[in-house]
Design a protein around this ligand. Structure first.
Ligand SMILES: Nc1ncnc2c1ncn2[C@@H]1O[C@H](COP(=O)(O)OP(=O)(O)OP(=O)(O)O)[C@@H](O)[C@H]1O
Length: 904
């Protein structure tokens, strides 16, 4: 059917494509030109497209593929590009680096040269630390990703003259001109022009938001093709049946296609929206909102303080440093750094427990997850199907049916070339014995929408006459096989499949299902030797010959894990493609309550709101297609839930991608591993419960840090303002405020090691702005009062009125503030009695700021920071104030808990 290979001209670059943008150039092209190029490929005959790319249906040879990889660069995964060029820009554009740069400018304007230099150093340090931290976490994530890379199957030849073989390669190594083989669950690795297909359906929702999957086909014989665009409206590249675009997912069917664009030259590459970029989590949004909120506060405070001090009191020389000090005080410079460090530690802790986190923010999402959708096999059951029965249509044992089913399994696996073993076929082929007598001629592979697999068998018989008598064998879900049958082979001979017979057979399937046995129907038909390849339309006029049944043992650990997750406030919902009664039975065995079973066919009439209302904790979705699984997940997310999805099959890939956090297991099918954010290398639901706890612990420590840092900063702002209004000299030099912040924040990094109160990990939590504002508003003023007490006390020290008196007051505040805030961290970090003790790094970190405060006035930096050693007489009153502050903090903590019923 194909023309012979066109000669491969190694000297010429890739032949001209219909539009420059689609040539796979690493620098990509404009969206309009990419669209036009794709429309051009769709409109051209297949052979012309192949010629353009100097390729053939037999694929590229390995050398040529390597050349093209060098020429066009890696595709699919945008992370490498992002890391190389955008990371430094991102690090420099972080809100707090911007703030520091602004502060440096203001300091320079005030004429504070030392301050300007230090602030600039800090800006560089903060940016560099963030850059390093991001580089480290990106490397860690990349290392984890390699354990679960997205792969694609391409046809490649070892040498130009060799036979093509299907080869699995990392998706980013697909090059223009590669012949890509598509199967259920595959993520499309490049922009593809289809050459042939069989029942191919693609989920494009990740790019278009369209929840219904789109049918794709290459030729008129398979379905109507749109007329070529006539220069009018922009071509609809998603809607075109011949195009499969990068980042979409194959839901059903198979296809062969040629890659016409990779990487930034693809459609999503041109939109700058490569699907590798994960969506922002609720936590990211929270931290970003806080960061920019503080930047806004700083930018507001600066002119206000200036106006108040300068215009009202006419003292501009004091107003400026005060304004700068306020701006510095309000800024938690290390927030992004500590937040990332906490995530990295969370992910590292999980990897020690054999939980691999591919995307750092998934750690928080694990903790925030309040709804977990699970499939059935391999999650609540062991994923080890055992044959339970083989029956004729009357219900009697029949080994002949088992043999047909095994022949179907054998040739489905052999001919479809799918790398992911199917549990049903695996079970059938275990101890299958001799299956001689037939040879596979063609296949329509199993897909989760038809729920059938069909093979065409050729008798392994040398006599020429019998060569014509092929047998079509179909196996699949009972109702879906009955849909294509017209007769039933009973003990009394063949009878027509009428409504009564169909009801009897379905009832038989239900009875076995209620007992936990998944029944598959087997049907056959005699066919003449085919003149063309099989298509789903050939699945008709079959005769039902019986059933094969399988049992899947419940996972013994599942029931305990279900209970543990329920205790932790996670609602479980089962979404399966299996029979409703089998699903109900498995739920019962796992202790999962079932109040209603919703069938896939009933979902079509529901809008998202109705669907989300229906998807309560005791709901089971059965007989759902892969795209419907993803739809349920999306509807739940739209209803405000944080949704996890745990599944291991190729059909779970769209739902894994749609969830806030997609979780799979080590033995899962490749596409599921590629789509998931988290891989449980050992254990199933039980390991997930542990991961949820770890996620919540990380979240709790991050929130703890944010609360403590903001409380301390807001307290300092209040005290600077109050002191400015009452003291006859500037309250605190901006430089000292900055150094104080950095010392304190660095010590807070120890919180990554802190123990967490059980009450904080009992329920799912998300970022709560109101709670944060309330906490800061109630606890911050305690610090401000303490600072004022320090100023008052030091003002009474006679030395303060002599030369260097201001320096003494400033040093006293600096030392006392660092000591008090360091120790107060031990009080703020827990709700008090009954809470777990601080881990030793936290204890050490609590003492560190005090030590810094005491030692810096004796260090060579003292002059730069305007600090001087305190007289001994100043220490006892400071100790009294610090003790008083700690006592006040304990009091406020108790009162706060009584009033609001919570602490952190
Ligand atoms: N290899 C196969 N050949 C034919 N039919 C199959 C095959 N595998 C599964 N089926 C049919 O398709 C139906 C749906 O498949 P399956 O139960 O695996 O869906 P699922 O959503 O992956 O289920 P689970 O929730 O258990 O993971 C099955 O009930 C069975 O009837």
């Amino acid at each position: 059917m194909w023309a012979p290979d066109p000669p491969l001209d190694k000297r010429s670059p890739a032949a001209p494509a219909p539009g420059a943008a689609a040539r796979g150039r690493p620098d990509g092209g404009s969206l309009a030109s990419v669209r036009a190029a794709l429309a051009g490929y769709a409109g051209e005959p297949a052979l012309a497209v192949l010629r353009r790319w100097d390729t053939s249906p037999r694929g590229l040879d390995e050398n040529e593929a390597q050349d093209r990889l060098l020429r066009f660069g890696e595709g699919a995964d945008g992370s490498a590009r992002d890391g190389g060029t955008r990371r430094p820009v991102r690090a420099a554009a972080a809100p707090f680096v911007v703030v520091l740069i602004c502060l440096g400018l203001v300091s320079a304007l005030v004429g504070d040269a030392r301050g300007t230099v230090l602030i600039c150093c800090l800006a560089v340090l903060s940016g560099a630390l963030r850059f390093r931290q991001e580089a480290r976490s990106d490397r860690a994530a990349a290392a984890l990703r390699t354990m679960a890379t997205t792969t694609a199957t391409v046809l490649r030849r070892a040498a130009p003259g060799a036979d093509p073989v299907p080869r699995e390669v990392p998706a980013e190594q697909v090059v223009p001109g590669d012949i890509v083989l598509l199967g259920p669950g595959d993520v499309v690795p490049a922009d593809l022009r289809l050459l042939s297909s069989s029942g191919l359906t693609v989920d494009q929702s990740a790019l278009t938001g369209e929840s219904l999957p789109a049918g794709k086909h290459a030729t008129w014989a398979e379905g109507p093709l749109p007329a070529p665009p006539a220069g009018g409206p922009e071509p609809d590249v998603f809607g075109h049946p011949r195009l499969c675009l990068t980042g979409t997912t194959v839901v059903a069917g198979t296809g062969t296609a040629v890659a016409v664009a990779t990487g930034t030259a693809t459609y999503v590459g041109a939109t700058g929206d490569l699907p590798a970029r994960p969506p922002e989590t609720a936590f990211d949004r929270g931290v970003r909102a806080v960061s920019w909120g503080l930047v806004a506060a700083m930018l507001t405070a600066l002119p206000l303080v200036l106006a108040a001090g300068g215009a009202l009191r006419g003292d501009w020389s004091r107003a400026l440093p005060t304004a700068v000090a306020v701006a510095v005080a309000v800024t938690p410079e290390m927030l992004p750094l500590v937040a990332t460090a906490l995530l990295v530690r969370g992910a590292a802790g999980l990897s020690r427990r054999q939980v691999i986190v591919k995307r750092l923010p998934a750690v928080h999402n694990l903790g925030a997850m309040d709804t977990l959708c699970v499939d059935k096999t391999g999650t609540l059951t062991e994923r080890h199907l055992r044959p339970a029965c083989h029956l004729d249509p009357d219900g009697g044992a029949d080994p002949g049916v088992l043999r047909w089913a095994r022949l179907n399994a054998l040739w489905s696996v052999e001919l479809s070339g799918s790398p992911d073993g199917d549990a049903v076929d695996e079970a059938l082929l275990r101890d299958a014995g001799d299956l001689a007598g037939f040879e596979g001629a063609d296949v329509i592979p199993f897909d989760f929408t038809r729920r059938r697999a069909t093979v065409l068998l050729r008798p392994d018989d040398p006599r020429p006459r019998s060569r014509a008598a092929h047998v079509l064998v179909t196996k699949g879900a009972v109702e879906d096989v009955l849909d294509v049958c017209v007769r039933v082979r009973t003990r009394d001979g063949e009878v027509a499949l009428d409504a009564a017979e169909r009801a009897r057979l379905l009832a038989m399937g239900d009875r076995w299902a209620a007992d936990g046995v998944r029944l598959l129907a087997v049907a056959t038909a005699r066919r003449a030797a085919p003149a063309r390849s099989l298509s789903p339309a050939d699945e008709r006029d079959l005769t039902l010959v019986g059933f094969v049944g399988f049992r899947d043992r419940p996972d013994p650990a599942a029931a305990a894990a279900v209970r543990a997750l329920a205790r932790r406030g996670v609602d479980l919902i089962m979404i399966t493609g299996d029979h409703p009664e089998v699903a109900r039975r498995v739920c019962r065995d796992a202790g999962l309550p079932v109040s209603r079973v919703v069938l896939g066919r009933d979902l079509a009439g529901l809008d998202d709101a109705e669907l989300a209302r229906l998807a309560g904790p005791a709901t089971v979705f059965a007989r759902v297609a892969p795209a419907q699984k993803a739809r349920v997940v999306r509807a739940l997310r739209r209803a405000g839930r944080t949704v996890g999805y745990l599944g291991d099959g190729v059909n779970d890939a769209p739902a894994l991608r749609a969830a806030d956090v997609g979780v799979t297991v080590a033995g899962a099918a490749g596409p599921a591993r590629a789509a998931a954010d988290v891989i449980l290398a050992r254990g199933g639901l039980g390991a997930l419960e542990q991961a949820v706890v770890a996620g919540r612990r990380t979240f709790a420590n991050t929130v703890k840090y944010i609360k403590i840092a903001l409380t301390s900063n807001v307290g300092n702002v209040a005290s600077i303002l109050a002191a400015a209004a009452t003291l006859p000299f500037p309250a605190m030099p901006p430089l000292q405020v900055l150094v104080r912040n950095v010392c304190f924040d660095l010590s807070q990094l120890a919180l990554v090691h802190d123990r967490v109160d059980e009450s904080q990990i009992l329920r799912p939590r998300t970022f709560d702005h109101l709670d944060l504002a309330r906490f800061v508003a109630c606890v911050g003023p305690v610090g401000a009062l303490f600072d004022l007490a320090v100023f008052g006390l030091l003002w009474r020290v006679p030395a303060a009125h002599g030369p260097g008196g201001q320096q003494l007051v400033h040093t006293g505040w600096f030392v006392a503030n660092l000591t008090a805030q360091g120790l107060a961290m031990l009080l703020l970090r827990s709700r008090g009695r009954g809470a777990p003790r601080a881990a030793w790094p936290v204890l050490a970190a609590a003492a560190a700021p005090a030590l810094c405060g005491l030692l810096l006035p004796f260090s060579p930096l003292a002059a730069t920071l305007d600090l001087r050693p305190l007289p001994l007489a100043a220490l006892p009153p400071l100790a009294v104030v610090v003790t008083g502050y700690l006592a006040a903090t304990i009091g406020v903590r108790a009162l706060y808990q009584r009033l609001f019923g919570r602490w952190l």
